[in-house]
Design a binder for this molecule. Sequence first.
Ligand code: NAD
Ligand code: TYD
Length: 351
Amino acid sequence: MTKTILITGGAGFIGSHLVRLFVNKYPDYKIVNLDKLTYAGNLENLKDIENASNYEFVKADIVDADEIFKVFDKYQPDGIIHLAAESHVDRSIANPNEFIFTNIVGTANLLNAARNIWGDDAKGKRFYHVSTDEVYGSLGDTGFFLEDTSYDPRSPYSASKASSDHLVRAYAHTFKLPIVVSNCSNNYGSYQFPEKLIPLFINNIRNNKALPVYGKGENIRDWLWVEDHARAIDVIFHEGKNLETYNIGGHNEWTNIDLIKLMCKVMDAKLGRKEGESEKLITYVKDRAGHDMRYAIDSTKLQKELKWVPSLQFEEGIEKTIDWYLKNEEWMNNITSGDYEKYYEKQYKER
Ligand code: NAD
Ligand code: TYD
C-alpha cells in the first residue's frame, strides 16, 4: 500500500460513491472509511466493496476528539477527505445544535488530529474539505456563484458549513496545513437518503403519497449527478493546488416544480400510469423558513484548470436515478422503516 486515505462520512450518500470509486480505482491505496453511522449513514450502501482488501471501516464520531486522535494515530493517513456532516436543511431548522457540533466542532477535531500526526512538515499530505454552494447564500434571477463570491449563509446548515470552511482555511494560513476545499451544487443519484427532494418524491410517487412542494415551487436548484461529484473530488484531490477552492456544478438549473413534473412524467411511463396521473399528487405546503431562492454554480475554474466535465445530461441522469430507486425497493424499505417514519410525521404534519 502506497498511501492511506481516510474518508469521513463514507457511509452516506456522496461518501459511499467516493469510497467505491477510490477502492476500485486505487488498489494501491488503503481506504479507511470513518463514519458514526447516524440515521444517514448506511453500510448497505457499500455492500459491493465491503470485503475489498484495500478497504476498512471504522465506526467513530468526529465530535469525540479523543477517539479521532486515536484513529489518526493508528492509521497515520496521508490524505483526509472530509465529508461527514449533518446535511439536511430542514433538520438544521428543527435542531441546529447537532449541526454546530458535527459540522464545526467535528471539523476542528479532524484538523487538530491531522496537525498532530503531520507536525510542521506536512509535505505530500492533504486535507480535503468537501463543502457546499449553500455557503454563498441565495441568488436572484441572474448571476452565478464563483470561488470568490462572498459567504452569506442563511440556514443553520449552511452557516455551520461556512464556519467549517473558514476553519479549514484558517488552519492552512496559520499552521501551514495543506488543504483544498470544494463547494458543490445539489447532488442527485442512487443511495440518497429519502428526506431530500428527489428520492423522497420518487418514493412518494411510487407509493401514491402526497408530494409536499414548499411554497410555490419556484425555488431553483442546480443539480449534479453524484458520480460526477465523486469524479471531481478525485481530480481535485490528486491535481488541485494547495489552498485553492474549486466550485463543482454542471450548469443544470431547475425550478422545483418543473423538476417534480418531469419526475412525475417519467414515473407515469415507468409505472404504467396514465400521463398526468402522478402530478395529481402535488400538494403545495407551507414554505421552508428562510428558503433560499436560487443556487447556481460557475465551475469554469475546475473545468479549465483540471479538465473535469460532467459526464451525464440531466434527463438521462434522472431516468437512471428513478430506475435505481424502483429496482432497489428493499434498500428504500429498510431505510424508511423505524425512525424515518417518526421524522416524516413530525416534518410534514404542520405544513
Ligand atoms: P449524508 O447526510 O448522506 O451523509 C453524511 C454521512 O456523515 C453519514 O454517513 C453520517 O453517518 C456521517 N456522519 C454524520 N455525523 C457524523 C459524525 N459526528 N461523525 C462521523 N460521521 C458522521 O450527506 P451527503 O449528502 O452525502 O453529503 C456529504 C458531504 O457533502 C457533506 O459535507 C455535505 O455538506 C456535502 N455536500 C452535499 C451535497 C448534496 O447535495 N447532498 C452538495 C454539496 C456538498
Ligand atoms: P433539498 O433536497 O432538501 O436540498 P437543499 O435544501 O439543500 O437544496 O431540497 C431541494 C429543494 O426542494 C429546496 O428548494 C426545498 C424543496 N423541497 C420541497 O419543496 N419539498 C420537500 O419535501 C423537500 C424535502 C424539499
